[in-house]
Every structure is written in structure tokens, then in C-alpha cells.
Design a protein around this ligand. Sequence first.
Ligand code: DAK
Length: 258
Amino acid sequence: MAYQNLIVETSNHVTLIRLNRPDALNALNMELLGELGRALAEAQANDKVRCIVLTGSEKAFAAGADIKMMAEKSFVEVFAGDLFTNEEKAILKTRKPIIAAVAGYALGGGCELAMMCDFIIAADTARFGQPEVNLGVMAGMGGTQRLTRLVGRAKAMDMNLTGRFMDAEEAERAGLVSRVVPARKLMDEAMAAAQKIAEKSMITVMAIKEAVHRAEEMPLSEGVLFERRLFHALFATEDQKEGMRAFVEKREPQFRDR
Ligand code: DAK
């Protein structure tokens, strides 16, 4: 299906979604977010797709929600229209893993979009920030919530209150990103990570994704119980038998998602 604001390619079981509004540094407007929801739904529904990589350009992953689109909106319009709620849900309901490959600016809604992905691989050029305070508003898609869980209160307060940007090194130290790589290697690294995931059992991968996300929602004892029950449940799969037998027989496993 054709997209105006994205470039979407699928090969070797990985869907690569590139945000593509270069004139606006990939600012997130309703059209782009609508297309993103659609691309993710298609990747989710396609049995050949086993992992998704979301990226932007060298200069910007996304410089935030589209300020020009929001500037003249009234309270009634954003509240009654529930701005961005359905768009956020469309991203979060994807059960296959999504890796954010971030180079350049990931600001405001751009930083929040990266945090909605399952993990972030950053180029050394990446800059993360929640500068909404400079616009007389505050974060609205997780910048005070997911960011606080990821980097702790001190840095989340600092970024949200001052609007300062965090570079890639600081973001890795703080736990916002899983790894930092030279910008020229970003896509190779992200695609290699996606390829590694694509080799695993999809049933296992989806169970892991669900369990890790529950860690942010549940008390520890409930979270560990949820994890343990999923662990037990995986013994009902052929892939558990295959994975453990392959180890014992000193060969590579052939997972069949069963
Ligand atoms: N929106 C619209 N256009 C943007 C944009 C944005 N967020 N960011 C950049 N652009 C546009 C610029 O206007 C410019 O367009 P022209 O003027 O050429 O037409 C073009 O992209 C290139 O930008 P610059 O000329 O500014 O490029 P520089 O290299 O000089 O600076 C920059 C790059 C990223 C530092 C700068 O562009 C900048 O500060 N951008 C704004 C960053 C920002 O404030 N981001 C936060 C946006 S607010 C909600 C949920 C979430 C949100 C809202 C509501 N609800 C649930 C209700 C989220 C809000 C936000 O994200």
C-alpha cells in the first residue's frame, strides 16, 4: 500500500519503516501517525514479518509532534478529539518487536515514539529531549511517564523542566537506549539485531515482549508470577522441545512458531 510520509520495505522477515517528512524533520502529524499505525498493522498481520525496525533520517528520527498542526488548536479540539490517543494505541498494540534506530533529533513526540518501541539503538549523533516546556505545554505521549521509568526522576525532571537535550552517550548511561553505535553503522546494527530476533521462535519472542512490558505495570511479585506462568506455558510449544533438543544435540534449532 502506498504511503506519503513513510518508506516501508520488507525483506528477510524484517519490515523497515522509515519516517519520511524530510522538510519538517519528520514532525509527527495526523497523516504520518495514521500511516504508521497502518504500516505496523500490516507488519503485524504478515506472517513473513518477524521483527520491525523504525527509523528516521540522518538528521532527525522525529523532531516532535507537528507544532504547525497544533498551534491554533483549542482545548475543546484536542480534548474532545482526544489528540494522539488512537495513534498511540495503534503503535502499542503491535505484538511483534519494534526496534527504534535513532539518529539525530528525537524530540518531544519523537522521543516518546522511540520510547514506545521495544528498545532503542542510537547513533552517536542522536539527541533526545522533551522540549515541550519551551512551547508552553508539556509532554503528552509518555515523556513524563515512560521517560521517568527508563531514566529515573532526576533526569526526567531535568529534561522536561529545562527542555535540554541528552546526547547518545548520556542516554545510554541513563538507560534510555540499549546501545550507541557510530552513525554510519546504525542501520547495519539495527537490521542485524532485527535479524537475530527473526531467527527465534515468534511465540517466545512475543511472550518475552509482553512480560517485559508488564514489568512497568505490575508490582514485582505479580510480574514475576506472570513471567513464570508464561515460562511454564512455553513448555506447551514444539519450539521449546526443538530449542532444548538442539542444544543437547549440539546443532542450531529450527523454530517453527508452534
Ligand atoms: N513541528 C513542525 N515543524 C518542525 C518541527 C516540529 N516539531 N521541528 C522542525 N520543524 C520544521 C521547521 O519549522 C523547519 O521548517 P521550515 O521553517 O523550513 O518550513 C524545518 O523543520 C527544519 O527545522 P529547523 O530549520 O528548525 O532546523 P534546525 O536544524 O535549525 O533545528 C531543531 C532543528 C530540531 C532543533 C528545531 O527544528 C526544533 O527545535 N524543532 C522543534 C522541536 C520541538 O520543540 N519538539 C517538540 C514538539 S511538541 C499530545 C501528545 C504529544 C505531544 C503533543 C500532544 N497529546 C496526547 C495531546 C507532543 C508534542 C511535541 O512533540
